[in-house]
Design a protein around this ligand. Structure first.
Ligand SMILES: C[S@@+](CC[C@H](N)C(=O)[O-])C[C@H]1O[C@@H](n2cnc3c(N)ncnc32)[C@H](O)[C@@H]1O
Length: 261
C-alpha cells in the first residue's frame, strides 16, 4: 500500500517545488515557504541556482562518459530533470531517482512513464543499503561501471547523529573507481543568526541541519574534488545563472563534484 501524503505539515520536497515555481504544493507548504522567504527573500533564486548547479554537474559527468545517475533526495519532477539532461547528452543514459516523500512518488511515476532507462525508488537516504538493494536501483544501475551519485540539497536534512559522512561513504563504497559524487548543502558560512532563528521557527516536517563550509568539504574526503572550482558557493558552479543572486545574500549553499580515485 502507498504511504499517505501528509498535507497537514510542510514537506521539504513540496516547499522546494513552490520555490521553483511548481504547482505540486499545498497551502501548508506555501505558508512555510513564505516564512522562509520573509527571512531570506533570495530563497527562490537560490533554489533556481541550485538546479542550475545540478544541470551543469550532470552535463559535466556525461562529458566524462558517465551514463548512470543515482539521484538521492531527488525532489518532485521539475524542469530539466536529471534523466532529461543526461539523455540529451548520452541517449540511453540511465537514472534512478530516490526520495522518501510520498508526494514525490506520485509525480515521479507520471514523469518517467514508459521510459525503460529511468526509475523511481522510495527509500530513506539514512539507510544507504536500502537504496543500493532497491529493485529499481538493481535493475537500472550496473555497479561494475562508473555511476554519478547525487545528494543535491539533501544532506542538510541529515543530523550529525545519523552520520551524514558515513552515508556518503557507504554509497560511494558501492561504486567503482571513476564514479562521481555530486553534492550541494546549505551552509552557515553566510547566514545571519536572525535569519536562521526565523527559518527554524517554521517547524519543518524534516528539520534542516546547516553546516559550515569546512564540514561540508569533509563530505568529499577520500575523493578527488574537482578543483577549480572546489567546494564553493553554488554560483561558481553555475556561471551565467539566469537569476544571479545577491553576493551578500545570507542563504547560501556550498557545492562540489568529486571523482572516486
Ligand atoms: C530541497 S529538495 C532537493 C531536490 C533536488 N535534489 C534538487 O536539488 O533540486 C530535498 C529533497 O530531499 C528529500 N529528502 C529529505 N530527507 C530525505 C530522506 N531521509 N530520505 C530521502 N529523501 C529525503 C526531500 O523529500 C526532498 O525531495
Amino acid at each position: 500500500m502507498r504511504p499517505a501524503i501528509d498535507t497537514t505539515r510542510p514537506s521539504p520536497a513540496r516547499m522546494y517545488d513552490y520555490f521553483l515555481g511548481g504547482k505540486e504544493n499545498y497551502e501548508v507548504d506555501r505558508q512555510a515557504a513564505q516564512i522562509v522567504l520573509e527571512a531570506a527573500p533570495e530563497a527562490k533564486d537560490v533554489a533556481l541556482v541550485n538546479r542550475r548547479f545540478l544541470v551543469n554537474a550532470v552535463r559535466y559527468a556525461t562529458s566524462r562518459g558517465i551514463d548512470q545517475f543515482l539521484d538521492v533526495g531527488s525532489g518532485l519532477p521539475t524542469m530539466q530533470n536529471v534523466h532529461e539532461v543526461a539523455q540529451a547528452e548520452i541517449p540511453g543514459a540511465r537514472t534512478v531517482y530516490i526520495d522518501n516523500d510520498p508526494s514525490v512518488l506520485e509525480h515521479a511515476e507520471a514523469l518517467i512513464f514508459g521510459d525503460p532507462n529511468t526509475g523511481y525508488g522510495e527509500a530513506d537516504l539514512m539507510t544507504p543499503a536500502e537504496i543500493i538493494t532497491h529493485p529499481v536501483t538493481q535493475r537500472l544501475i550496473d555497479f561494475s561501471e562508473p555511476v554519478a551519485v547525487m545528494l543535491v540539497a539533501a544532506l542538510h536534512f541529515v543530523p550529525d547523529s545519523s552520520d551524514p559522512a558515513g552515508i556518503v561513504k557507504a554509497l560511494m563504497e558501492q561504486v567503482p573507481s571513476g564514479s562521481m559524487f555530486i553534492m550541494s548543502h546549505v551552509t552557515t558560512d553566510a547566514i545571519s543568526p536572525v535569519v536562521w532563528e526565523r527559518i527554524q521557527r517554521q517547524q519543518l516536517a524534516v528539520p534542516l541541519h546547516l553546516r559550515p563550509g569546512v564540514d561540508i568539504r569533509r563530505f568529499f574526503d577520500g575523493l578527488d574534488l574537482i578543483e577549480p572550482p572546489g567546494c564553493v558557493f553554488l554560483e561558481e558552479w553555475a556561471p551565467g545563472a539566469v537569476l544571479p543572486i545577491d553576493e551578500t545574500a545570507p542563504l547560501k549553499l556550498r557545492c562540489g563534484v568529486a571523482v572516486k580515485p
